[in-house]
Design a protein around this ligand. Structure first.
Ligand code: SAH
Length: 273
């Protein structure tokens, strides 16, 4: 009886060991750290050149390499260079754009950052949760993480381009982080999440320019059929952007939706502007 019981124990132990041995390599088989190069950190209308340098340094610490600058300030005193301290090359290679829309045209996912959490906005995530969404997308998609101006953050047009938002939990009494500190928190979570490894997603998301063309088409058609107010389409368009944003559309989805809009246009008489 005792002998049988001992055999049982040995079998269980053997089974447990096998579990441990077979579970371990999974973590090593899916490192994603190299795909971090598909992340763009986008700074919109930064006022203080030193902040751009500090951001470049944070990025380099966390394995990020692509910095995009929308309307950056001139840096006459080399303040940005001083704070870059070792990340000068990354900063000098940064591409410059006139608008956020131009900067993100070829990105499959555009994620904004804001301390404001409004009830109208549904898709807001803490940095860790968002990093876990982003990392699996990287082998097949470019992802932009967008940071606003020091004084008043991202404006409503910038926010409309962002399918999702990251809000960094912080003190209610003083919720706004310094720009480079906010970049560091997000970059750190992306780095950790990339190191943890996750199975890559096959999805190739529609690029931001294809989505923007779709939203323009949607707005025109909904106005033509009289569903959308010609004077004030913003509220409903904001809701629709969030709805389609949550669906993570790929190029084929966008083609189908645009096909439906073309058919609606042919079928419906135009409402008077
Ligand atoms: N006073 C501004 C904050 C600007 S701070 C405002 O009212 O919005 C500069 C940028 O840092 C912000 O645009 C945002 O990109 C980022 N940031 C600062 N604090 C943040 C937080 N708690 N969560 C997410 N992003 C934050």
């Amino acid at each position: 009886m005792v002998w049988l019981w001992l055999c049982h124990l040995v079998v269980i132990e053997d089974w447990l060991n096998k579990e441990i041995v077979t579970a371990a390599p999974l973590r090593h088989s899916m490192p994603q750290e190299t795909s971090l190069h598909n992340i763009s950190i986008v700074l919109v209308n930064t006022k203080t050149p030193g902040n751009i340098g500090a951001v470049a340094r944070c990025m380099m610490n966390m394995g990020l390499s692509r910095l995009l600058l929308v309307k950056p300030p001139p840096d006459r005193r080399g303040e940005a260079m001083k704070l870059a301290a070792g990340a000068e090359e990354l900063m000098q290679k940064a591409a410059r754009f006139h608008t956020l829309r131009e900067a993100v045209v070829d990105h499959g996912l555009v994620v904004g950052t804001s301390k404001h959490v409004t009830r109208r906005r549904k898709n807001i995530h803490p940095p860790r949760e968002m990093a876990e969404h982003i990392i699996p997308l990287l082998p097949n998609n470019k992802v932009a993480v967008v940071f606003g101006r020091e004084v008043n953050g991202l404006d409503k047009d910038d926010l409309a381009l962002c399918q999702e938002l990251i809000a960094i939990p912080s003190s209610d009494a003083f919720p706004s982080l310094n720009l480079s500190h906010a970049v560091m928190v997000v970059a750190y979570e992306l780095f950790l999440s990339a190191r943890a490894g996750a199975p890559a997603s096959e999805t190739a998301l529609a690029h931001a320019d294809a989505l923007e063309n779709f939203y323009r088409h949607l707005q025109n058609t909904l106005q033509d059929i009289g569903f959308l107010d010609r004077e004030h389409p913003e509220h409903m368009m904001f809701a629709l952007r969030q709805l389609f944003g949550r669906a993570r559309l790929d190029q084929r989805d966008v083609s189908i939706l645009r096909g439906i809009l073309h058919t609606m246009e042919r079928a419906a008489p135009r409402s008077k502007p």
